[in-house]
Design a protein. Structure first.
Length: 285
């Protein structure tokens, strides 16, 4: 199962590395996840992003176990469910994630949402608990997802532990530069979820014009925009053709002017596709 393209790696603040392009399994039904991940690995993806909340960790593990790949040749991220923030719940849930994935060590484990709208303080204690998983060797890196600047400032100040990444919504219609800038200020790498705005940027006239100039698709140009800015991205598709298209972004670069022009499409809060982390309060039963 050869990799046809060398995906760049980014060095994290704990001197580990992460592939800059990965494959996401958000909203992939569990019964289709193993086959979908297998196809992604065949295309060449080596970074799989899942979460407890997605309900498909076990199927990701099945695909990885049957892939024939050595453990050091793939990278796995998962995330703590919103119902598991209490320390003992987080410890139990982390054990379950490792068991479902069939791993002794996960590459990256994230707090999925801060849930500060539910409890203004709990996420700090949750973050302290997350550090245990690195200390005992069962997580190579830990990070956060959907953390605002104030959340980042607080956990770093109160625990002294800096997240390796912050996975946040970023795309041309919502560049989220306040949070992106706060992350980078702390030495935290940015992972961009919803990198093509759930497809909403693909009909954009500016992106279409730039794509035509490079003989690429709008999706490829948008993903390349992320890569050129330093974001880590993991587009999701269940179509092998689209998987391959999204992977084929390393034979061209955007100019500085093109990068700026795409960033200029930002619509601020009106461009946000997902929930606002300051108000998001969903806790599953």
């Amino acid at each position: 199962m050869p990799t046809t393209t060398a995906v760049p790696s980014i060095e994290l603040n704990n001197q580990t590395t992460i592939p800059q392009l990965g494959f996401g399994v958000f909203q992939v039904p569990p019964e289709q996840t193993a086959d979908t991940v297998t196809k992604a690995l065949e295309v060449g993806y080596r970074h799989i992003d899942t979460a407890q909340m997605y309900g498909n960790e076990q199927e990701v593990g099945v695909a990885l176990a049957s892939s024939g790949l050595a453990r050091e040749d793939y990278y796995v991220t998962s995330k703590l469910n919103n119902s598991n923030h209490a320390p003992d719940d987080a410890r139990r849930a982390f054990d379950e994630t490792l068991a479902k994935l069939g791993l002794e060590q996960i590459d990256l484990f994230l707090i999925h949402w801060p849930l500060s709208a539910v409890d203004a303080d709990q996420y700090v204690e949750t973050w302290r608990t997350m550090a245990e998983f690195v200390a005992d060797g069962r997580a190579r890196s830990i990070g956060v997802s959907n953390f605002q600047a104030s959340h980042l400032d607080r956990i770093v100040a109160e625990t002294g532990v800096v997240p390796a990444v912050n996975q946040i919504e970023v795309h041309p219609y919502f560049i989220n530069d306040d949070v992106r800038g706060a992350s980078l200020r702390h030495g935290i790498e940015v992972e961009a979820w919803s990198p093509i705005a759930q497809g909403n940027v693909l009909g954009d006239e500016t992106i279409g014009r730039i794509a035509a100039a490079h003989d690429k698709t709008p999706a490829q140009v948008t993903l390349r925009w992320h890569v050129d800015r330093g974001d880590i991205v993991f587009p999701k598709s269940m179509s092998p053709e689209r998987m391959a298209e999204n992977f084929d972004i390393f034979d061209f670069e955007l100019t500085t002017d093109e990068i700026a022009e795409i960033a200029g499409l930002d619509r601020g809060e009106e461009g946000r596709q997902g929930p606002n982390p300051d108000t998001f309060d969903y806790v599953p039963d």
